[in-house]
Design a protein around this ligand. Structure first.
Ligand SMILES: CC(C)(COP(=O)(O)OP(=O)(O)OC[C@H]1O[C@@H](n2cnc3c(N)ncnc32)[C@H](O)[C@@H]1OP(=O)(O)O)[C@@H](O)C(=O)NCCC(=O)NCCS
Length: 227
């Protein structure tokens, strides 16, 4: 008899497929299907499981006994994932998180729709908000650091202790962020940046030390056609 909770993954792209593998490998959930917004749906099945229109998800998977995980990357500076996460809650679904048994989280406060892969270290007294994605492994989040809602932390990122990362931020691979600073909301930190000072809202930062480019983060993502 299978006692696992039923899970529907929102998104069937690369991240949706990653989420399927991780949730199937070692979680309390059994993936039973996928949901994709009608305008983006190109197929009916994935891994022999049904893909349904997100708009009609409740006609296929009841909110009484299905959980949702929204697996969308940082498109529109995390706003697409945030919109689908909030809509799923409005539809009455419980929201799942994946936290690898090989991650070290030391009882840190961790929200829902969070994805934490193997070998991430979240030190004691750190706080991780809702809808935060740690896409790669081996990130280090220092003690007493706060990662606010809807952020996307890529891979090999080091964020020192007592720092705050505001809502909707993207932090690129191999970035380092100093202790006791504030990354304002809606910032895009390019890969390999070394952030030594607090940042201004809705700006793109790059370099060592990281400098503001003056480019609005949302426009930057459109230029780079990311995710
Ligand atoms: C991919 C990326 C590096 C390209 O940035 P971009 O602004 O389009 O860069 P461009 O190619 O237009 O380069 C503009 C200038 O900035 C420099 N530059 C670009 N990225 C840089 C970086 N991360 N650090 C330092 N300088 C950088 C370029 O060398 C170039 O300099 P030049 O004008 O002197 O030649 C950037 O968008 C990025 O960091 N993306 C995130 C990648 C990532 O972490 N992915 C993980 C997903 S899980």
């Amino acid at each position: 008899m299978n006692h696992k909770k039923k899970l529907v993954i929102v998104g069937d792209g690369n991240f949706g497929q990653m989420a399927y593998k991780y949730f199937t490998h070692d979680s309390m959930y059994k993936v039973v299907g996928f949901a994709v917004e009608k305008q983006f749906r190109t197929r009916d099945t994935l891994f022999n499981l049904p893909i349904v229109n997100f708009e009609e998800i409740e006609n296929h998977f009841s909110n009484k006994d299905h959980n949702i995980f929204v697996a969308i990357t940082f498109v529109q500076l995390n706003q697409a994932r945030t919109r689908l996460y909030l809509t799923s809650k409005t539809k009455g679904y419980k929201i799942a998180s994946y936290i690898s048994p090989k991650a070290s989280c030391f009882g840190a406060s961790i929200g829902e729709n969070v994805f934490i892969l193997e070998y991430n270290v979240i030190q004691p007294f750190a706080e991780i908000g809702n809808n935060v994605i740690f896409m790669g492994n081996t990130n280090w989040i220092g003690h007493h650091t706060i990662i606010k809602d809807n952020c996307f932390i890529s891979s090999h990122v080091a964020i020192a202790g007592c720092t705050e990362v505001g809502e909707n931020c993207f932090v690129g691979i191999n970035s380092s962020i100093a202790d006791y600073i504030k990354i304002a909301k809606n910032c895009f930190i390019c890969m390999g940046s070394v952030v030594t000072k607090s940042t201004e809202e809705n700006n793109v930062y790059k370099g060592h030390p990281a400098q503001a480019t003056g480019i609005k983060a949302t426009q930057y993502l459109m230029k780079n056609n990311n995710a």
